[in-house]
Design a binder for this molecule. Structure first.
Ligand SMILES: Nc1ncnc2c1ncn2[C@@H]1O[C@H](COP(=O)(O)OP(=O)(O)OP(=O)(O)O)[C@@H](O)[C@H]1O
Ligand SMILES: [Mg+2]
Length: 499
């Protein structure tokens, strides 16, 4: 994109919004007489609430006027600063070389800085050093970065950025989600940053396609939902890509698992068990999948399929595939099912499916049942049993009209183990169940917990507890022994010698 176009995009508000602003919320009906717990009355959505004034428009303040200052005075100050910012932007537009290549961000930044300094001098603007720095960073972020969220994207302590409309931007730091001080000017400002994210990918977000998955150039995963589907203005969720993926030692250090559990999981992977990692959103499923995928022996051919390539497996013989959403005409999609089918003709020794969400589950189960053991995947569910129920539903989505019993039989013979990963109240992530899928009893799949997390206390905002063995030896142990791996019975809480 040319620099001029970028700056204009960042500066000149288009005459009409690219998508219509959602109409004001419908009046809330009065609560029904005697409405009990089952009939909650939703508060009116805070859609497009007027902007809270910021204490410092350059830094995005907490929305409070300085002590002793009337809110009106603060508003005026905000307006004055905004006008100033706008003027400086306009000057930059007129003075920068429009043919400059924005991909050379260092060069553009230097040029911007010298022009910016000139303009500030010419206009005799009185700004403190800090204000000047902030104003420059804001302008630079609007022109060559991702606007107000740029500092959050650069901040290594932030793992997730959640834009809930222009004025509420939450971040996750150390597992805790908190409201940040950063704000956008308005919906349109967010929209311009969304365009900046999606247009290099050849995608488009508008009223007719208001939901989009995308990626930042650094690999961060982005989900976008705009009005009229989002009722709070444009909503953007960014899972930041960390170059340094968490390793097994990190998970042990964080208390997500113990060294014994790590050894046990390694044994299960080497012995080619089929494993499903289950958990809620953001519970650490992909991270755990990444960790256990790295237990796969070096000489095995791995093929992975993901909707958004997140895995980092340090193995030579690894082929990565990424599904493709449909193009603007609604065609050209390559689904996970397509990829699984292709995979089976590529001589995989291990198939890893980043996440099972739909009918690819059937193909995956069939692969697991037909010689592609040692496959790994994840899925959204709150307990191991729920995970199996979800798999059942996903298989039904494939529309093969299979009897439920047949599906359950397929699941029970394909899946050896479910690992449940949870995000705890204190923001930490832990393995809460390791459960064996043992077989069928009548119509039901039989499950046996091997390890469960027991919470002992909640102290100083921290979950205290341990993952403990249940005292049951898994039925799949012969597979582990066949792989030449010895696990002492004490790992399972059984006293006595070796098996
Ligand atoms: N064991 C852990 N301890 C601390 N932080 C973790 C742990 N596992 C994952 N995280 C962090 O939690 C965030 C979410 O992790 P991850 O992407 O693995 O979750 P997920 O369950 O796959 O999410 P989604 O459902 O959105 O795909 C990341 O920022 C990651 O670094
Ligand atoms: Mg994930």
């Amino acid at each position: 994109m040319s620099l001029l176009k970028r700056i204009e995009g960042a500066t000149l508000a288009p005459p009409a919004p690219a998508y219509p602003v959602a109409p004001p919320p419908a009046p809330v009906p009065p609560p029904p007489v005697g409405g009990g717990a089952g009939t909650p009355v939703a508060p009116p959505p805070p859609a497009h609430a007027p902007a809270a004034p910021t204490a410092n428009p350059f830094g995005g303040g907490a929305g409070q006027p300085p002590r002793g200052q009337a809110p009106g005075a603060n508003n005026q100050a905000v307006e004055a600063q905004r006008g100033l910012k706008q003027r400086v932007k306009m000057k930059l537009v007129s003075e920068l070389d429009p043919t400059m290549d924005t991909s050379k961000s260092d060069e553009v930044r230097q040029k911007l800085k010298s022009l910016f300094d000139q303009i500030i001098d010419q206009e005799n603007m009185v700004l403190t050093k800090l204000e000047k720095e902030r104003l420059f960073e804001e302008l630079a972020a609007d022109v060559i970065g991702f606007g107000p969220i740029e500092p959050l994207l650069q901040d290594p302590t932030v793992s997730e950025v959640m834009i809930n409309g222009p004025k509420k931007i939450f971040v996750e730091r150390k597992g805790k989600v908190v409201l940040s001080e950063v704000q956008f000017d308005d919906d349109e400002h967010v929209r311009r940053i969304i365009d900046r994210i999606v247009s290099p990918l050849g995608r488009h977000v508008d009223e007719s396609s208001p939901i989009c998955d995308a990626r930042l150039p650094d690999g961060s995963r982005v989900n976008i939902v705009i009005p009229p589907i989002s009722l709070v203005g444009p909503a953007v969720t960014i899972r930041k890509f960390s170059k340094e993926k968490l390793k097994v030692d990190d998970l042990i250090r964080f208390g997500s698992m113990t060294p014994e559990i790590a050894e046990f999981l390694k044994a299960c992977v080497v012995a080619r068990l089929n494993i499903v990692i289950s958990g809620g959103t953001g519970s650490g499923k992909t991270t755990l999948l990444n960790v256990i995928s790295n237990f796969i022996p070096d000489d095995e051919r791995i093929i992975s399929i993901e909707d958004s390539a997140e895995l980092q497996i340090s193995k030579e013989h690894w082929i990565r595939m990424e599904t493709r959403p449909p193009n603007v005409e609604g065609t050209g999609a390559i689904t996970a099912t397509d990829c699984v089918k292709a995979t089976l003709r590529m001589r995989p020794e291990r198939v890893i499916i980043g996440e099972c969400r739909g009918k690819e589950a059937l193909d995956m189960l069939q692969a697991m049942n037909t010689g592609h053991d040692g496959s790994l995947t994840t899925g959204h569910a709150n307990t191991p049993r729920d995970m199996l129920a979800r798999l059942e539903t996903m298989v039904l989505m494939a529309g093969m009209d299979l009897p439920v019993r047949a599906i359950r039989e397929q699941i029970s013979s394909a899946v050896d183990m479910v690992i449940q990963q949870s995000r705890m109240r204190d923001g930490s992530r832990k393995i809460t169940y390791i459960t064996e899928v043992q077989g069928m009893e009548g119509e039901k799949v039989t499950l046996q917990d091997i390890f469960t997390f027991e919470q002992e206390a909640f102290e100083n905002g921290k979950v205290i507890g341990k993952i403990k063995p249940t005292g049951v030896r898994p039925k799949f142990m012969p597979k582990i022994e066949d792989a030449g791996i010895v696990i002492p019975p004490s790992v399972f809480g059984i006293s006595g010698g070796f098996f």
